[in-house]
Design a protein around this ligand. Sequence first.
Ligand SMILES: [Zn+2]
Length: 261
Amino acid sequence: MIKIHILDCGSTFVDEALPLSNRSKNPLAFSGLGRKKNHQIEVPVTAYLIEHPQALILVDTGWDAAVRKDARRYEGFVNYHASPGVLPEGKAVTEHLARYGYRAADIDYCILTHMDIDHAGGIGMIKDAKCIMAGRAELEAAAKSNPRYLKRLWRGIDIKAFPDEEYDLLNDGSVKLIPLPGHSAGMTGVRAEGSGGFCVIAGDCGYARESYEKLVLPGIAWNRKQAEDSLRRLQAYSRDERCIAVLMTHDPEYKTGEIIL
Ligand SMILES: [Zn+2]
């Protein structure tokens, strides 16, 4: 039996055009620059703990607890302006792990869907995990100069690269890392399958059901063509009769709960 815990790791405030680009005709609306507060919405930030008979897997980390003290300083101006982090007590990823009786060192694999701060920002708290991984293209993009990526957060932490193609994590077909590029250079999803069906954890490939049903791109797209292709892939998964859920980091429909596969 495979169990997926959806971890509620706080939230963030973003312009409504960041998750769903069709909410504004202004191509820079997602950044919040020059936009009124009434365009802001609060969206959840989630991470996922997969209890698998062969391995304990964490997908993404959510915010670091440092967000509670001074989010502006932790995120830097650009990131804070576009999406300030909110992390109530008890919602840091390590606090969730403790609730299930785990420490960071118990995690066999921490898979980072991509290196944006609301997904990889808590990496310092789980640096003792046995193996931390992200897509090769994502790590290459994150190593370049781009205010989106806060290299200081993972300095000195060994992040292994997995290839930018479908990757069978446990060599039994039950957990596959699937490339879903577009929102970022090497966005990766996780497809977990048990006897009851499968689930796809899709990071920021989309925001909500509308994203893949109507092919609405996110406001930030590294590559729009790839982003659309990845949404089509999600759409195909969602129409498979064995698909139990498509989970996206900021989807209000799945901000907490448990799925058994
Ligand atoms: Zn995100």
